[in-house]
Design a protein. Structure first.
Length: 613
């Protein structure tokens, strides 16, 4: 177009002459050239990163380093594709796949991320890297599975972590000890919120599919994880979701009466109780009771476990009439099984030999206390986890001289061997003695090394010093609540004279959480039966402290049947308690680790069953 002066315009009112004049200026020429070169460079770069694998991967790495994983993901995928086209092996691509998987997680392409992690982890490269780094990658894979809705695959990974964690998974609180076992336990612990968000507390069996064999394997793994989370207040919702899903899968495939279905009741029921879902807990216990009634017979005293659980739930609901009726039914079962005069036998021997003595931060043992009747556990065919000659593989004989039977047959180690044999047959698990007798100084040394971590008590507060406690291993690590063996011990141990010393929610030890499903203590058959029939639920130390009162009422036929009031716990100590003539010294010397505890109360029996050494 021509202007009035005859100059030709080239657009936007700019004439050709003025444009050429501008371009002729040095600054404008430089800027124009720079712009043109930049455009050419960008074009060339885009061509290169789309056609050259090395350039694409370099761009991917740069964006990852710049904390821009979402932008990096497309470049990483392009690099992966081109390197394959160029003939790179899948083994050589493993590091790129691992890095790209993280970028895809940031892009919320979780299924793709999981696939890449799986490919990388299946390589020789992954098997050769540091175990902690590989565990971190497996943890990322599990989290990607959960985000993608593939919960069964995440369950499998975390169940493997739990198995690798060994005894670290038994601790109430997991500390950063630096061991690889602690790393695995910490990663499982950190996944609690993911499971809680993905599964309903009443169960989500619809999220799991596949052949029955695979579903049952997944249910077993969920049971193990759920039992782990059940030990933690912050893990209750994760525990409820996993355990209830496992319970429903087993109920659908195996039936309500199958022992594997019943076993979950012993973990899920208390979880529901802590969450306030008392009706749900009640239904679980009722179903378990009826299942065991069919299996064992209506008059079997082993049903007492589930009756007591129901009594506790009814009491929490304020349904005292029903709780009373069940308590009376329980007493009838024990009367039929063990006779009307079942507790009339004079048990002063147990008082003299400390078989029924409480031990905790309230009842502390003297540093010179040592039993006189230690024997090797292996001599009684008890499988042991350590050298059979060391003191820790010894137990007290604690023979029952009132039965007229040979001493060897009616003794602690003989009965423990029988209980282990029974549970090994029922559970098909490997069971062995982890720890028996431990002297005060041995306990002191263990506590000094382990600290307040939940598996070693301070010296003077350990039942192991009595020689009456047995820590039980299952499959090479401490017994867990999810083990079949635990169900067997819970149902049957009382008939062999054993009780669970540190039940859920106890405050017997200084630690935050002293629940120990592996720690079983011998109190004698009659005392264990009395505890099952009339003792306060999950309060073994309180029961032992008030034992003279319970025995007096049992011998006179006056066992309290009202779940509302336990007169033995509410009333003053009985005459046997008041007559105690010795009180263990609480040693405050430098030998004793610095632990916080309340003042020890007077023991309810003398310490004449011990001898200094």
């Amino acid at each position: 177009m021509l202007t009035a002066s005859g100059a030709k315009t080239i657009g936007y009112g700019v004439t050709r002459g003025s444009f050429l004049t501008t371009l002729a200026q040095p600054q404008a020429m430089f800027a124009g050239c720079f712009l043109l070169l930049s455009l050419l460079f960008i074009a060339a770069f885009n061509v290169q990163v789309r056609t050259d694998a090395h350039a694409a991967e370099k761009r991917f790495d740069a964006l990852i380093a710049a904390d821009a994983p979402r932008r990096a993901a497309s470049h990483g995928e392009r690099a992966l594709k081109m390197r394959r086209t160029d003939g790179a092996s899948e083994e050589a691509l493993a590091p790129l796949k691992a890095s790209l998987a993280g970028a895809q997680v940031a892009s919320r392409r979780y299924a793709r991320a999981a696939s890449l992690y799986e490919q990388a982890l299946s390589s020789k490269w992954a098997r050769a890297i540091d175990e902690r780094k590989r565990a971190g990658m497996e943890n990322d894979l599990a989290r990607a599975h959960i985000a993608a809705g593939q919960i069964d695959k995440a369950v499998e990974i975390y169940a493997q972590f739990l198995n690798s964690a060994g005894d670290e998974a038994a601790r109430g609180e997991i500390e950063a000890s630096g061991t690889i076992e602690a790393v695995y336990a910490q990663q499982v612990d950190a996944a609690a919120d993911l499971f809680a968000e993905s599964l309903k507390p009443t169960g989500s069996p619809d999220k799991f599919s596949g052949p029955a064999e695979i579903l049952l394997a997944t249910a077993g793994q969920m049971g193990e994880l759920g039992a782990f989370y059940a030990m933690r207040d912050e893990g209750l919702y994760a525990a409820a979701g996993l355990l209830s899903s496992a319970y429903q899968i087993r109920r659908q495939l195996l039936g309500a009466d199958h022992q594997d279905t019943v076993r979950i009741t012993l973990v899920l029921g208390p979880v529901y109780g802590q969450m306030g879902r008392l009706r749900a807990a009640e239904q679980l216990y009722l179903d378990a009771f009826h299942a065991q009634e069919k299996s064992k017979g209506a008059n079997n005293p082993d049903l007492s476990l589930y009756i007591k659980l129901l009594v506790d739930i009814y009491q929490q609901q304020g349904r005292q009439t029903e709780a009373q009726a069940l308590a009376e039914h329980l007493q009838g079962l024990f009367r039929d099984a063990f006779g009307a005069q079942r507790y009339a036998i004079n048990r002063d021997r147990d008082r003299r030999t400390d078989v029924d003595r409480p031990v905790s931060q309230y009842f502390v043992l003297d540093k010179d206390y040592a039993p006189r009747d230690l024997v090797r556990a292996s001599d009684f065919s008890i499988p042991v986890s350590k050298d059979y000659t060391i003191d820790e593989m010894k137990l007290r004989l604690a023979s029952d001289l009132t039965t007229g039977s040979p001493v060897r047959e009616d003794s602690l180690p003989a009965r423990l061997a029988q209980l282990i044999s029974l549970c090994r047959s029922e559970s098909r698990e490997r069971i062995s003695l982890r720890s028996g007798y431990r002297a005060w100084r041995t306990q002191r040394d263990l506590f000094s090394r382990n600290g307040d971590r939940g598996t070693v008590t301070p010296p003077g507060m350990s039942e192991h010093q009595l020689g009456l406690a047995a820590d039980i291993d299952v499959n090479g690590r401490l017994m867990r609540r999810s083990d079949r063996t635990y169900q067997c011990f819970e149902e049957n141990a009382y008939q062999f004279g054993f009780i669970l010393s540190y039940p859920p929610g106890n405050n017997y030890l200084p630690g935050e959480d002293s629940f120990e499903p592996w720690h079983w203590r011998y109190v004698g058959v009659k005392t264990a039966q009395l505890y099952r029939e009339a003792g306060p639920i999950n309060k073994p130390q309180e029961f032992l402290a008030a034992l003279p009162c319970y025995r007096e009422k049992a011998a006179s036929g006056g066992l309290a049947l009202s779940p509302e009031r336990d007169l033995c716990l509410e009333g003053p100590p009985g005459p046997t308690v008041a007559a105690a003539t010795s009180e263990p010294s609480v040693d405050t010397s430098d030998d004793l680790p610095n632990v916080t505890r309340k003042a020890a109360r007077k023991l309810n029996n003398p310490a004449s069953g011990a001898t200094p050494r």
